[in-house]
Design a protein around this ligand. Sequence first.
Ligand code: HMG
Length: 387
Amino acid sequence: MNVGIDKIDFFVPPYFIDMTDLALARQVDPNKFHIGIGQDQMAVNPKSQDIITFAANACHSILSEEDKQKIDMIIVATESGIDASKASAVILHRLLKIQPFARAFEIKEACYGATAGIQFAKAHIKEHPSSKVLVIATDIAKYGLYSGGEPTQGAGAVAMLLSKDPHILSLAEDQVSLTQDIYDFWRPMGHDYPSVDGPLSNETYIQSFVKVWQEYQKRQKASLTDFSALAFHIPYTKMGKKALLAILENETEEEQSRILSRYKESITYSRRVGNLYTGSLYLGLISLLENSSQLSEGAKIGLFSYGSGAVAEFFSGRLVKGYKDYLHTTFHKRLLDDRKQLSIEAYEEMFSEQLDIDTDNTFSDVLSYSLSSVKNTIRHYKEPSPK
Ligand code: HMG
């Protein structure tokens, strides 16, 4: 049975900063951010937008009434959870008006979470072929003003509907996972920002990729030529390239150039958004599909998922005939182009305004889904008016 990604979309908040402005404000050569890190812009969110509003806005345009009746599981992957007990998936189940007899829960393992969700969804659909599963990756990547990780922040969500006979990507049963207990990036309970060992995180990412790739090659008797493209978890766009270069040295120049060209297409959106944590790999997949003219139906795409801590996984899928009809390229271009650019002063102010969950408050925001108020520590959301 073919199971995979039937629909996919992303959402990012409507504000960004330019990395040249950030570099100048931090007295850094702008080339360090644009070339050394590989980021041109960074998404910024106001306190009236959170992981729920990103997720709901990402789902809004892709779910039909029929989907809502057939979805029997909602999995939210996040490391920016808003409650230690109640899953954000339960709130989204109501906001998105999914039929009641569904399972809704949240999972966590840093940026790897959505891949765990996809594998769980795939197994579920194989057992229950008429089911559809909604997997949402939603996060706010924050390291703090003036921190080493500041140029690698970002925010947003990717929503994926999985089903049998998918319209976009049919997933193979070939995943290779790797778990290693490493403190490269972690966020103890109660801390607003993660602790991060930047060099160790880069090194662990690369060695994890090389390990799962070599194991994949061994198990599947595969080589790079079997793949039309590889998509990576993208904490910043230089990172995936560094990992890729680690396996390209013995390839021909032509092969290196082919794979690096596809990589460039996969980072087009991330260069303008930054790290989405759980959503970054899947934003890279959308970017690849929407910005490459070199992919054909049936093409095999390799996906490298990495979550600090650390769990890594390499798996693959094949593009389905007609997949282009299910992409939203024009809409995404508009979503990115129509965002408002903030000055560094305005970014710092927006960044520093934390939501105080213990003080009742009301909010106004232009988004279809956004926070409307906080009362008795409960977040209430504005919903779009019925069509
Ligand atoms: P840093 O110390 O600011 O930067 O940390 P650097 O000194 O290492 O320089 C970065 C690159 O810029 C270097 O290139 C420099 O040479 C270059 P590289 O050697 O790496 O190829 N550079 C220049 N290039 C052109 N012109 C110039 C110039 N100056 C320097 N003038 C770091 C960078 C990414 C470590 C930091 O921002 C950070 O800690 N970020 C957060 C951690 C992170 O993103 N790690 C990635 C792997 S871990 C991961 O992916 C998981 C994660 O998503 C979390 C999760 O799973 O939940 C983070």
